[in-house]
Design a protein. Structure first.
Length: 440
């Protein structure tokens, strides 16, 4: 890692370069005869590798049938590295070989984990890896209790490991072509899988803040916003999907009362950004699909395995708008005010994300023979690294696959990191006189 930290290379450039390098390595390995059952093209291998590394879950070939156990294990490794962060693993390698982690490496870790300060980033990286492996191991035990009796030790244990890693990292990859639809009414699968991607998507800083803080009032503002925001959006989403799909015979309509509750809950929490489904996405009503598109764009928490613009970014934009409507001089919540820099960053991230999604939709609408809603759904799913699909991914053209590959990469690293990797940052040398313009 030290060799890459040249003066002229910024942290965003290094992170982007390492991501691309690992994606290409994954592509080559997935093309090996030992990885596939019948061979695979370079573009399809590149798509799979990118989808795994960006923990998206969109697939152009069926994971369970196109790839061997070895190939699926490679996909698991890419998901784990992409979800927990390449710098998290780099820290553990440095520690294992007894190498000192300098300030340049700490700056790189800070950028990778989306932290605001350098202090404590090494300790955070170690905690993330140990915590993640512990949670995944516990989840494997619960899932194995469901799947080993059904499939035997070999297949049941592998399925448990694969889905535990995929769920915790919010990847949405499954070794079954219908995802988890076969377990729509299974309490074990519903509870364990949703627990994994909610914990993985809420943010590691939030988890560790909850762990060390004994009093609610002493929790950080980030933790309070994520807990309240996650609870509210999940409850509202459950009610919306339950009501909209209750009489749809292709989704909730054919299930028992308890089955309806389980399926509505699962589909309410998965769009931010897990990618698993227990219902046929293509059969959902258009109103439900549009609502899910909104959830996919919002995403999960900062410093988590989730994608999207992040829940705290959405909350910041809404709070700023409400403060303006009420003629407030500051944006405040929970007796804390948000800085101008944070509001500006949230605005830049939202606008940048919107531009990426619009560009993706525009290009795919030209290259793909598909309804507009399907194109929009796929585009937002790729950017939010969600992995939910209405069925368009498997029939994408070569250009469409390339567009989605780039969108997934931007969505994973974030539009700001991606922009900083190419743009030269030049602070204003002078202050210019201000002048108002007409808006609205």
């Amino acid at each position: 890692m030290t060799g890459m930290l040249k003066k002229e290379w910024t942290p965003p450039q290094i992170i982007l370069s390492v991501f691309v390098l690992l994606i290409l390595v994954g592509t080559v390995v997935l093309m090996l005869p030992v990885s596939t059952t019948e061979g695979i093209s370079f573009l399809d291998a590149l798509f799979t590798s990118t989808s795994a590394m960006t923990v998206t879950g969109l697939v152009v070939v069926d994971t369970g049938t196109a790839y061997t156990w070895f190939g699926q294990t490679v996909i698991m490794a890419l998901i784990q590295m992409g979800g927990l962060g390449i710098m998290t693993f780099a820290v553990m390698i440095y520690i294992a070989i007894g190498k000192k982690i300098g300030i340049k490496e700490r700056l790189l870790i800070k950028q990778s984990l989306n932290q605001s300060a350098v202090g404590g980033v090494v300790k955070l990286a170690k905690r993330i890896l140990l915590f993640s492996l512990a949670v995944e191991l516990i989840a494997v035990l619960f899932l194995a209790a469901q799947w080993v009796p059904e499939m035997g030790w070999r297949d049941g244990l592998f399925a448990s490991v694969f889905h535990a890693i995929s769920a915790f990292n919010n990847a949405g990859f499954s070794i079954w072509s219908d995802s988890l639809s076969g377990y729509v009414a299974s309490p074990v699968v519903n509870i364990v899988i949703t627990f994994l991607f909610i914990v993985g998507g809420i943010g590691f800083t939030v988890i560790f803040d909850l762990w060390k803080t004994r009093e609610i009032k002493r929790l950080s503002l980030q933790t309070k916003l994520m807990l309240v925001g996650t609870f509210v959006i999940n409850v509202v989403s459950f009610l919306v999907i339950f009501i909209l799909e209750y009489h749809n015979p292709e989704t909730l309509g054919s299930l028992s009362s308890f089955g309806k509750v389980q399926a509505a809950y699962f589909q309410a929490v998965t769009p931010r950004t897990a990618g698993f489904n227990t219902l046929d996405i293509a059969q959902l009503d258009e109103d439900t699909l549009f609502y899910i598109i909104t959830l996919m764009f919002i995403g999960g928490g900062s410093a988590s395995t989730a994608g999207g613009i992040k829940l705290t970014t959405t909350i910041t934009i809404l709070l700023a708008a409400f403060a303006f409507f009420r003629s407030k001089q500051q944006v405040a919540i929970f007796n804390r005010s948000l800085s101008y820099h944070i509001i500006l960053k949230a605005l830049a991230l939202t606008v940048g994300s919107f531009c990426v999604v619009v560009a993706t939709i525009f290009i795919l609408n030209l290259t793909e023979d598909a309804p507009f809603l399907m194109v929009m759904f796929e585009s937002v799913s790729a950017f939010g690294t969600v992995g939910l699909s209405m069925g368009l991914t498997g029939s994408l053209s070569a250009i469409g696959k390339c567009v989605i590959i780039v969108t997934m990469l931007i969505g994973k690293l974030g539009p700001l990191t991606f922009a900083f990797a190419f743009a030269k940052q030049t602070p204003d040398p002078v202050r210019h006189p201000g002048e108002d313009i007409l808006t609205g």
